[in-house]
Ligand binder design. Structure first.
Ligand code: ACO
Length: 363
């Protein structure tokens, strides 16, 4: 029995394949590199959801329906974002607002759940700063509208492309902890809102989707490239894990790290973010990889998706406490696709445990 269930196959899926030895991610037959180069969020949503609902699904109709759903959901924020909710970390506030969406199994429910975090996160962030939330614009793509609702400005083409690349890159990733949680809930036929709520709760932990904020803390802590080795050694000496490194499945570099590094370059190259940050990140990455190799020679520990996520989302204007919420915006489509696959093809998930506690005393 392995308590992390590693090597256990717990589902068959046509949605994505993570090859940890080769460092390869395939989403519905398309390699990640091709997908990021050619797709916006709406394209990958159509790819993942096609065939899982009664409706014919294409990217154009998803864009129209998401726009309408964003506009309809805005009233939820105005109705429910009270002081108690706004005192929560952003991802928890988004989860609380999501819990007010009625459970369902149909495509309209899926659209609502994909649109909801895209509306709720920017609105919560603005309200927490004391600014009025900005109404969605149904004519924009999901990525462009998220950035406009966050900053109040229409984003540049590079910024929109950067967020699309991020949302596509993290849209699905095999049976990770949050996706497994989504499938477990779906297997009881509780409904898609319940699946997404379970998944977002699993995502927020620092060992899963909670890492990119701390990556930025690490960059700030190191400050200058020449400090990297000493700062990181000190952290490891104190038993800390270096955020943005290591992965349960990948034994080589996470392919998503390079996809995101490529995506962020146009934003930095066009002067829309401080180019010195990339140089600092590269120096820290090199020092971290060297140190991890020295300290854990038997365990390949490489850069994971969260490392360049931190740089990209920071450059796009998201505060670091919101990074997990942005992850949830992108991963919701994967959670929904897996939930539907489980509901359509799977059985109730009910593994067994081995009892190792005391036995009753003999009478
Ligand atoms: N820094 C330092 N040491 C590490 C790191 C790290 N980032 N990752 C693993 N190790 C060490 C562990 O402490 C462990 O050492 P030990 O055997 O002496 O106890 C050894 O390497 C093996 O690690 P595991 O715990 O077996 O790795 P596991 O597969 O359970 O965990 C995880 C993977 C959680 C991602 C881990 O590498 C980690 O904590 N990384 C930092 C957090 C992070 O970046 N999370 C985002 C992951 S990507 C995602 O979920 C979207």
């Amino acid at each position: 029995m392995k308590s992390g269930l590693e090597d256990v196959i717990a589902a068959e899926t046509k949605l994505s394949d993570v090859d940890g030895a080769a460092g390869r991610l395939i989403i519905r037959g398309v390699s990640l590199d091709d997908l990021v180069a050619t797709s916006r969020f709406e394209d990958v949503a159509a790819l993942l959801l096609d065939g899982l609902f009664d409706e014919h699904i294409d990217a154009t109709s998803i864009r129209t329906q998401l726009g309408a759903a964003r506009v309809a959901l805005f009233s939820h924020v105005e109705a429910a974002a009270d002081a108690t909710l706004l005192a929560l970390p952003p991802v928890d506030a988004v989860r609380a607002l999501l819990a007010r969406i009625e459970d369902g199994e149909d495509f309209a429910s899926a659209i609502r759940l994909m649109a909801a975090p895209a509306v709720f996160l920017p609105a919560v962030l603005r309200l927490q700063k004391g600014d009025a939330p900005i109404k969605p614009d149904a004519s924009l793509s999901q990525s462009a509208d998220i950035l406009r609702m966050l900053t109040g400005r229409v984003p540049t083409a590079e910024q929109t492309a950067g967020l699309d690349a991020y949302l596509v890159t993290i849209s699905d990733h095999g049976l990770n902890a949050s996706t497994f949680a989504s499938r477990v809930i779906a297997s009881t036929h509780a409904g898609l809102t319940s699946s997404v709520l379970a998944a977002i709760s699993a995502l927020k932990g620092p060992l899963h989707g909670g890492a990119p904020g701390p990556v930025l803390d690490m960059l700030d802590g190191v400050g200058k490239p020449e400090n990297a080795r000493e700062w990181l050694s000190h952290a490891l000496d104190h038993g800390e894990r270096l955020m943005g490194f290591g992965h349960r499945i990948y034994r080589v570099r996470d392919p998503r790290a390079d996809a995101l590094k490529t995506a962020l370059k146009p934003i930095f190259a066009s002067g829309q973010a401080d180019a010195g940050r990339i140089a600092l990140a590269e120096a820290i990455e090199a020092a971290a990889l060297a140190l991890l190799k020295e300290r854990k020679p038997d365990r390949p520990l490489e850069t994971n998706v969260e490392y360049y996520t931190a740089l990209l989302l920071d450059a796009l204007g998201f505060p670091r406490n919101a990074f997990t919420g942005v992850f949830a915006i992108g991963r919701t489509v994967g959670w929904i696709a897996h939930a539907r696959e489980q509901t359509l093809d799977g059985r109730l998930i009910r593994p067994q445990s081995r009892y190792v506690g005391p036995l009753p005393k003999a009478a």
